[in-house]
Design a protein around this ligand. Structure first.
Ligand code: NDP
Length: 251
């Protein structure tokens, strides 16, 4: 493996939603670049499968951390951060990738329970997770946080309901954090829109689409790796597009 491919050597990176889809591929990508990856998600078996894939390649041993971001009790997030501090002693990056789609329906038909669930997992859980991880990230010599957005988080679209609103909130959270950390911290933050990617969420959002026509997560990994690595500091606070950034990086 080339030196360039090992840009995360020695770093500890937390990936949320690491059991499936983009999160699984990103976890593999970070491990291939030398990182010890902490795999967070709701479904233990899926996290174990990601673990096995990383182990099978002989990469740095990952860790499985089952956790449900629907959890509302703040002390659970505090404990989670403590477990990471106690077991790894450092944290150099977080990919906030976990998310749920909710309903695709007009607002006047949207279920209140679903709305609250989407906002809890996609926004509130991410906020309180970051609240408790920031002290550890601040101790790292160079750390990155990647929030996951969407095109409907940058321009509202009919029938995307809580998902669209949650992604606008994600952009807001990233911007507030970026300004708070500016010049006072070694933590860089970004929001990244993966663009249409072949996963179960994409299939649920576009049931009539042929998945074979949708790019795989692997195709946008140059952007995910670049932002997590040390060379992207100049992009701190920016809302980015994974496909466009990958195009620039691989041109
Ligand atoms: P998937 O549905 O394949 O994966 C979502 C991940 O989030 C799963 O690993 C899931 O794990 C995890 N997750 C969901 N709910 C929770 C929870 N309560 N607690 C912990 N983890 C949870 O989606 P994608 O890979 O497609 O999406 C990844 C991100 O990219 C999302 O933020 C999505 O909004 C965004 N995105 C995706 C696009 C696409 O085309 N695929 C386009 C634009 C944005 P589990 O099932 O075990 O809960």
């Amino acid at each position: 493996m080339s030196n360039e491919a090992k840009i995360l050597d020695g770093r500890v990176i937390l990936v949320t939603g690491a059991g499936y889809g983009i999160g699984r591929t990103a976890a593999q990508t970070y491990a291939r670049a030398g990182a010890t990856v902490i795999l967070l998600g709701r479904t233990q078996e899926a996290l174990n499968d990601t673990y096995d894939l990383i182990e099978a390649e002989g990469l740095p041993q990952p860790a499985v951390l089952p956790f449900d971001l629907e959890e509302k009790d703040e002390s659970q997030y505090q404990q989670l951060a403590q477990v990471i501090a106690d077991n790894f002693g450092r944290l150099d990056g977080v990919l906030l990738n976990a998310g749920v789609l909710g309903q695709r329906t007009p607002l006047d038909n949207y279920h209140w329970d679903t709305w609250q669930k989407v906002m809890q997992i996609n926004v509130n859980g991410q906020f309180v997770l970051m609240k408790h991880l920031l002290p550890l990230l601040n101790e790292a010599p160079d750390a990155a946080v990647i929030f996951t957005s969407s095109s409907v988080g940058r321009e509202g679209r009919a029938y995307w309901g809580a998902y669209s609103v949650s992604k606008f909130a994600t952009e807001g959270l990233m911007q507030v954090m970026a300004e708070e950390l500016e010049n006072t911290s070694n933590v860089r933050v970004y929001s990244l829109n993966p663009g249409g990617t072949r996963t179960s969420m994409r299939a649920a959002a576009y049931p009539a689409e042929n998945p074979a026509n949708v790019p795989e997560a692997e195709s946008i990994m140059p952007a995910y790796l670049y932002l997590m690595g040390p060379d992207s500091a100049a992009l701190h606070g920016q809302a980015l597009d994974a496909r466009a950034l990958t195009g620039e990086l691989t041109a």
